[in-house]
Design a protein around this ligand. Structure first.
Ligand SMILES: Cc1cc2nc3c(=O)[nH]c(=O)nc-3n(C[C@H](O)[C@H](O)[C@H](O)COP(=O)(O)OP(=O)(O)OC[C@H]3O[C@@H](n4cnc5c(N)ncnc54)[C@H](O)[C@@H]3O)c2cc1C
Length: 426
């Protein structure tokens, strides 16, 4: 990995604050489409460290197509586990059997699975490698602050400096860069979003997800299982080999208690939910709990600033869609920027940013509301609601047209899909 020091007062086309999935994918997409003369930098202190996220993500078909289009999928393809089948159950914690109310077979096109499970650390490593190859400048520094040149001064100052309109960005190492567009890809607690004065609306759930990796005796056959339990969903997501990633949601107090258990007690809580269908099970990865919330930025843009990924929205992981939504932002923003630059327009202008916002904001709110509704419907102890939802699940299970619709929606292939998510080059 080549990480370079930020040059004093570097001039760029796009500066991306945050080198997670969203920031790196956007940087590669822009460079690949616009070539050498279009300068892109990613600033993130995490670039100085080896990726350590032990989670895995469900990467839906549209997101996989984007990774293929920007040339990073090959690096993780061998270790990516296709999801071939999905089963949903709905029961109380101590029920002896967990009947399957809804199942999906996982192809959206013949031979194209609706999603793959990919481990986060190798995927980030592949994106860093891809960014390097594409000539993205990688700066291991945090974005500290920024200022848009005030309108009154623009004419004279810009003429003197030979710059068009731009945003001045301060980095943690005291260096400064000027860019035509600053992208906030700095995650859920985005400092750039906050500094741009963009509020978020939403709420914290009183739930946390415990994440760990397990090894089991029998093959999972590519089957993903989600047990809806009163405390929250317990998802078993297949990884390569006889391993699965567990995303286990509980009320936060209970999650704290479970995380603190001894290995033996943790094992019995795990087994109680996991069941015996895959034989003996053993936690082999570290366990960590993530607090959950629904937060959507009131605007996805500000003057010369665009928000992508978790900086723009955080949703419940019940449907495994957070990162996939972030990649939809990436594909849409890359497309509007590339279209503008090819027409000789300013990529940070209000017209370009408005187009991005119109494309992404409604879709994001709809997904946020859907995941919130699902969580409210399933994470509760009401027997009446349980009966109603099980009738609903049973009905959907008998309607192949509905199931196909759901699976295409979950795969990110419904609505106005940006080119990269269709696997097309920009
Ligand atoms: C338990 C759990 C399970 C999940 N499972 C799935 C799943 O299966 N599928 C799915 O699609 N999504 C899933 N998600 C959601 C997904 O993990 C996130 O949506 C995704 O990681 C967000 O990526 P990002 O690049 O926007 O932000 P992040 O991954 O948070 O990256 C932000 C980056 O910004 C950097 N940064 C922070 N501040 C600054 C600064 N001031 N300057 C520069 N850099 C900065 C950080 O170092 C970090 O590298 C899950 C989430 C949780 C909690």
């Amino acid at each position: 990995m080549t990480v370079v020091e930020a040059a004093e007062h570097k001039r760029l086309d796009v500066l991306i604050g945050g080198g997670g999935f969203a920031g790196l994918a956007l940087a590669i997409a822009l460079r690949r489409a616009l070539g050498e003369t279009f300068t892109v930098a990613v600033a993130d202190p995490a670039l100085a460290r080896r990726p350590t996220d032990t989670r895995a993500s469900a990467i839906v078909a549209a997101a996989r197509r984007l990774f293929e289009a920007i040339g990073v999928w090959d690096a993780v393809a061998e270790e990516a586990q296709p999801i071939l089948d999905m089963r949903i159950t709905d029961s109380r914690l101590d029920d002896l059997v967990r009947p399957v109310f809804l199942s999906f077979e996982g192809d959206i096109e013949p031979g194209e699975p609706f999603a793959h499970m990919v481990e986060n650390a190798p995927l980030i490593a592949a994106l860093i490698e891809g960014a390097n190859e594409a000539g993205v400048l990688l700066w291991p520094e945090a974005v500290k602050g920024f200022a848009v040149t005030p309108p009154a001064e623009r004419g004279r100052e810009n003429a003197r400096a030979g710059l068009s309109d731009h945003i001045e960005v301060d980095l943690a190492d005291q260096s400064r860069a000027a860019a035509r567009l600053l992208v906030a890809a700095d995650g859920a607690h985005s400092r750039i979003r906050e500094q741009a004065g963009i509020a978020t609306h939403g709420w914290n759930y009183r739930q946390s997800s415990i994440v760990t990796t397990v090894r089991h005796e029998r093959d999972h056959g590519g089957c993903a299982v989600e047990h809806f339990l009163p405390g929250g969903p317990f998802a078993i997501l297949p990884l390569k080999g006889r391993r699965s990633s567990i995303v286990w949601t509980e009320e936060s107090k209970e999650a704290g208690r479970i995380i603190g258990l001894s290995d033996a007690d943790f094992h019995s809580e795990l087994e109680r939910r996991f069941g015996l269908q895959l034989g003996d099970v053993e936690a082999v990865g570290p366990r960590r709990a993530y607090r959950l919330g629904l937060w959507i930025a009131r605007s996805f843009v500000a003057e010369r600033v665009a928000l992508v990924g978790d900086a723009a929205h955080v949703i419940h992981p019940i449907a495994g869609q957070g990162l996939n939504m972030g990649l939809k932002d990436v594909a849409a923003l890359a497309e509007v920027v590339v279209d503008a630059v090819r027409l000789g327009l300013d990529p940070g202008s209000a017209a370009v940013l408005d187009r991005y916002q119109r494309w992404r904001r409604f879709d994001t709110t709809a997904m946020g509301v859907a995941t919130d509704g699902l969580n409210r419907l399933f994470s509760n102890r009401s027997d009446v609601l349980r009966l109603a939802r099980d009738v609903g699940l049973g009905l959907v299970d008998r309607l192949p047209v509905f199931k196909r619709m759901f699976i295409r929606e979950a795969a990110g292939l419904v609505g106005k899909v940006p080119k990269l998510l269709c696997g097309e080059a920009l």
